[in-house]
Ligand binder design. Structure first.
Ligand code: ATP
Ligand code: MG
Length: 427
């Protein structure tokens, strides 16, 4: 005999005691997205590896060391998606969704990155991903931020901070990058090994190094916001104006660069201090060149992704009033004949009262033990079928909360009477 099979490291099960929180979060997000005119798109989890190389960038952490990449049986190199934007753009191009019309789209599901698992950082995690394609902004940039902000309010999350930055056009960014490299090269002895490597490959990423000494150093470095092209500077200023008009608090963080190569102009992140080191709950930015880079017609676009594990963690302490998944009625049956009848009665009740939360006791047990389970389930009433009652097409209904008398009634009268009793037994 061998023991139980271990789960894969960094890949979590969401257990039934936590799924109500996830469902609530997903329902509020879906409702809010639809209210802003976003339509859902569902995408595969596997894409060609090339898609991520060409979009996220060759010298990013994700592509260099975090992707789950393998050859399938036909010899194609495929990867589990580490993020959703690339796949969504691929789908938009494949299906001609982006031709001469803007699109507001969202998708949700698991993402995969081979990172070091820790609190708030997993190898399979979930995102809701929101993308607006075909809009040059900056009004859409503001709207996407307002949408996220409304989501936090509806979820009851009040302590999230917004950071914004602009990365400019690719040309302006390249010019800034040269300046930054020169500045950093003069201070090489203050850089850690990781930053020294990045100095050659992806120097902008040094700006968001987690190393305190490097952080102190780059606080003095030239700021990208002082090196923007005129168009990007105007775009950024307009966005900040819209946010001010809407009363959205934010800070400009010139060191916010984001880990994917495809961003242009606006980038932003919602962060919290309540999750320890993994404080980013929602991150996004504009990617005006990505669609053309992936073979489509040039289409300005912007989007954000929210990390559901981190948001669910923030929601853990919040009581969602009005969410009640306890059964309303518990069906008890005594004896073989009654048990057969119970399944039919349950279906009859579900037909007559759609949405009724009815829990049937399956399996043999004494009346006492079944009534105890009915009580513990939180149900308002127990419906009791004995062999005698079921033969006569009757059932006994016992209120469990008010102490009111048990009533014996015909199956045909049961739905109407049950509804009345549930009204008066409402907890
Ligand atoms: P971080 O700085 O925490 O690594 P990121 O910049 O890599 O985040 P994005 O690629 O922008 O994150 O993904 C958007 C959101 O997805 C993040 O804000 C975060 O909430 C969540 N997220 C990213 N990576 C993970 C992970 N490994 N586990 C859980 N959530 C994650
Ligand atoms: Mg990351």
């Amino acid at each position: 005999m061998s023991g139980p099979v271990a789960p894969v490291r960094g890949m979590n099960d969401v257990l039934p005691d936590r799924t109500p929180c996830w469902q609530r979060l997903e329902a509020i997000a879906r409702d809010t997205l639809s209210a802003y005119g976003y339509a859902e798109i569902r995408l595969p989890i596997l894409e060609r590896t090339e898609l991520f190389r060409r979009s996220i960038g060759e010298v990013t952490d994700i592509v260099e060391k975090e992707m789950y990449t393998f050859e399938d049986r036909s010899g194609d190199s495929l990867s589990l998606r580490p993020e959703a934007t690339a796949g969504l753009v691929r789908a938009g191009i494949s299906h001609g969704l982006l031709h001469n019309q803007p699109r507001r789209l969202w998708c949700a599901g698991p993402m995969f990155r081979h990172e070091r698992p820790q609190k708030g950082r997993h190898r399979q995690f979930h995102q809701i991903d929101v993308e607006a394609l075909g809009f040059a902004g900056p009004d859409i940039d503001a709207e996407l931020i307002l949408l996220a902000s409304r989501l936090w309010r509806r979820l009851g999350l009040e302590h999230l901070r917004l950071e914004v930055n602009s990365l400019g056009t690719p040309a302006a960014r390249a010019a800034y990058r040269e300046k930054l490299v020169v500045w950093l090269a003069k201070r090489k002895h203050d850089l850690d090994a990781d930053s020294l490597r990045r100095l050659k490959t992806n120097p902008l990423r040094i700006l968001d190094s987690k190393d305190p000494a490097v952080q102190a150093l780059v606080a003095e470095a030239p700021a990208i916001t002082d090196h923007l092209d005129a168009g990007s500077a105007a775009h950024f200023e307009a966005l900040r104006g819209y946010l001010d008009d809407a009363g959205i608090a934010y800070t400009v963080n010139p060191r916010l660069v984001r880990g994917l190569d495809y961003y242009t102009r606006t980038v932003f992140e919602w962060v919290t201090d309540r999750l320890g080191a993994q404080g980013a709950v929602c991150s996004g930015g504009r990617y005006d060149e990505l669609v053309s880079q992936l073979g489509g017609r040039r289409t300005p676009a912007i989007g954000w992704a929210m990390g559901l594990e981190r948001v669910a963690e923030l929601l853990a302490g919040i009581d969602f009033a009005g969410v009640d998944d306890r059964p309303q009625a518990y069906l008890v049956s005594l004896g073989e004949r009654a048990r057969r009848a119970a399944l039919l009665l349950a279906e009859h009740l579900r037909d007559a009262l759609p949405g009724l939360r009815l829990h049937t006791h399956c399996g043999e047990a004494s009346l006492k033990s079944q009534m105890k389970k009915a009580d513990r389930s939180g149900a308002a009433v127990a419906i009791v079928l004995g062999d005698d009652e079921s033969g006569a097409g009757r059932a006994a209904v016992k209120p469990l909360r008010s102490g009111a008398d048990q009533e014996l009634m015909d199956w045909t009268d049961l739905p109407v009477r049950l509804r009345e009793m549930l009204e008066s037994e409402r907890r």
